[in-house]
Structure formats: C-alpha cells, structure tokens
Design a protein around this ligand. Structure first.
Ligand code: FES
Ligand SMILES: [Fe+2]
Length: 335
C-alpha cells in the first residue's frame, strides 16, 4: 500500500506555529485535504474553520484579515465572529442565515495550534496535556512538505532498527517497555551518537529519550544529553494534507538550566546563554535525521503484514495502537 492509499487518520494535527499566528494574523492550513483558515479571536484564542467564505467562496486564509477579533473576507467584506457566525456583510444589509463558517475544534499548546480531524466530525474524544514551559526556551520550528503519511512518520519513533542502521545510533536500548493507554503511546530509550568529525573535539554523545506519542499527529520527545548535562524537548508533528502528502513540523526547545550531570567546565557558563545554541544544533540534527528518513519514505510501501524481527522495537505494538485512529479496513487488502 503506498502512502497515497493510506486513509486519513483522526486526531489532533498541527496547523500553525503559535508564533506565526500573531494577534491580527490569518493563516491558510490544510488537514486531510480540507482547506482551512486559522485566526485569533478578540480574546486571543486560536480558531480554525473551513476556508471558503460561505458568500461566494473566497479563500479566507488567503484574502481574509481580522478586525476587532472578527474574521473579515477581503472579497465582499462579510465578517464572522469567533463562532463562525456572519455578523455583517460588506453592504450593511441583512445577514444571510446560511452565512456561517464550519468551525473545527482547535487547541493551542507547546507553541503550536492544533485542529481536531474526525471523519464523522465527532467532537474531540481526548486532549493532549501541555508541557511545562517555565525554564524552557520557546520552541523553534522547521516546516517542510513532501510525499508521505503520518502513520509512516510517527512509526519512526518506535522503529529502533532504523535508528541504528539509517541514523547510526549505537548502544541503543529500551530503558522501559513501550506501553499504550488510549491515544497515548510512551517509550524510553538510551543511545550513543558517535561524533562524525575529527574537529571540533567534541565527545561522543550519550543520551536518553522519553517519547510520548499522542495520536498520529503529535509526538513529544524529552531528550537528556547526558554527556552535556543538557535537556531538550523535541516535537515531530506530521499533518496529512491530502492523499500521500504531508506537512511535517519539527520543533525543539532547550532547558535553560544544566542537569545534575553537566560537566563542571560547562557549569561555569550560564545555561540560559547556551540553550538557544543547543536548540539550533538539535533542530539541525533532527532535520538531518528526517532528511535521511525522507529518502526512504519517498519510495517505501506500507506493508500490512510486515516480517518483523527481534531488534525492531515495538513496531507491532505501534501498528496495533495506531488502528484506533484509522477507519476500519474494508475488503481484502494486500500489501
Ligand atoms: S466571498 Fe467572502 S464576502 Fe463574498
Ligand atoms: Fe528516523
């Protein structure tokens, strides 16, 4: 099955980085092939709705603007309140009763705006708890769009075999058994990353990670680089934008204090000074890993019955857990 043939998943999917959606901002987005508009209400809440103006179909994410917290269409001036109700036309007359936007449930946490997608438009069945932000830098985001599917991208976080072979991680161990509870899958690993260059004289990096996967669109990774005594937080947020297409947001934030195992030489430097630098390096490293993955994703097939082997990591557990976000298969599907 190619990624084009994989069904659209249900769940929370990123539509914008919070910092890109300023108070008066309006952004276009796409979840599962549906065109959307994202904006902020007068109270600063992120709002998500179907993009096409119910008047004559202008794309509000492209020609909309906000005024007094209302979303205003740039074609004929219809204005919508934060519930998507049209409150005025550009002509001052009666408001057509059918002029309302189709609102999508939205949430904002960890510096990102999420929209809830469900094939039957059911209300959100679960939420994602926000990570604490005190003592952390803001996240930095890197966004790219390419051929793929959230099911394949999120599988990476449990595919231990590819971490060794494709990305070159060493001494990889599961430090606690992967487990699932409803829409949440958690796993913990430790590993080493050998330095690749003779210069600068950096040590091999020993690290541990705790992965929390909230559905197929939101993975948060707590990374502890033991060699440096540094703690970082990574996000991997794939959003399907139509058959076989995905927009992937990678994010990294750094903790602004040293962990207990920081070497004395580093402790002399204020951690808050180093944190932005660590964030940049880590984001570049994460993006480089994803570039390696993309070479595989571009041409791989999704096998419904993979020949799994010891050493794969909890891929089987992941596949079983992921079914809750996908429509039930119909007929006889073959790999
Ligand atoms: S299409 Fe939006 S106001 Fe006419
Ligand atoms: Fe990977």
């Amino acid at each position: 099955m190619t990624s084009r043939q994989l069904p659209e998943p249900a769940g929370w999917f990123a539509v914008a980085a919070s910092g890109h959606l300023n108070r008066h901002g309006v952004l276009p987005a796409n979840v599962g092939g549906r065109e959307l508009v994202v904006w902020r209400s007068e109270r600063g809440q992120a709002k998500v709705a179907g993009a096409f103006c119910p008047h004559l179909g202008a794309h509000l994410g492209k020609v909309g603007s906000t005024r007094d917290g209302q979303l205003r269409c740039g074609f004929h001036g219809f204005a919508f309140d934060s519930d998507g109700q049209c409150v005025s036309t550009g002509y001052g007359g009666r408001v057509p009763s059918r002029a309302c936007l189709q609102m999508w449930p939205a949430a904002e946490l960890d510096g990102v705006v999420l929209a809830w997608r469900h094939p039957q438009n059911d209300t959100p069945g679960w939420t994602i708890p926000a990570a604490a932000t005190d003592g952390w830098t803001r996240p930095r985001w890197r966004t790219s769009s390419f051929a793929g599917h959230p099911l394949e991208i999120t599988e990476n976080s449990v595919d231990l075999g590819h971490l060794r072979v494709l990305h070159g991680y060493e001494e990889l161990r599961e430090t606690s058994r992967a487990s699932c509870e409803g829409p949440l899958l958690t796993a913990s690993y430790s590993f080493e990353r050998p330095r690749r260059l003779a210069w600068p004289p950096a040590p091999d990096l020993r690290a541990s990670i705790e992965v929390s996967v909230h559905g197929l669109g939101f993975s948060r990774v707590e990374l502890h680089v033991e060699t440096l005594g540094a703690r970082l937080r990574l996000w991997v947020l794939p959003t399907s934008t139509g058959p076989g297409r995905v927009t992937l947001r990678l994010g990294v934030a750094a903790n602004e204090s040293w962990a207990g195992d920081a070497p004395p030489a580093l402790r002399r430097i204020p951690a808050a000074l180093v944190a932005p630098l660590l964030r940049e390096f880590t984001l570049a490293g994460l993006a480089a890993d994803v570039d390696q993955d993309r070479k595989v994703w571009r041409s791989k097939r999704h096998l419904l019955r993979p020949a799994l082997a010891p050493g794969d990591g909890p891929v089987g557990l992941y596949r079983h857990w992921a079914q809750q976000f996908l429509p039930a298969p119909t007929g006889n599907q073959r790999p």
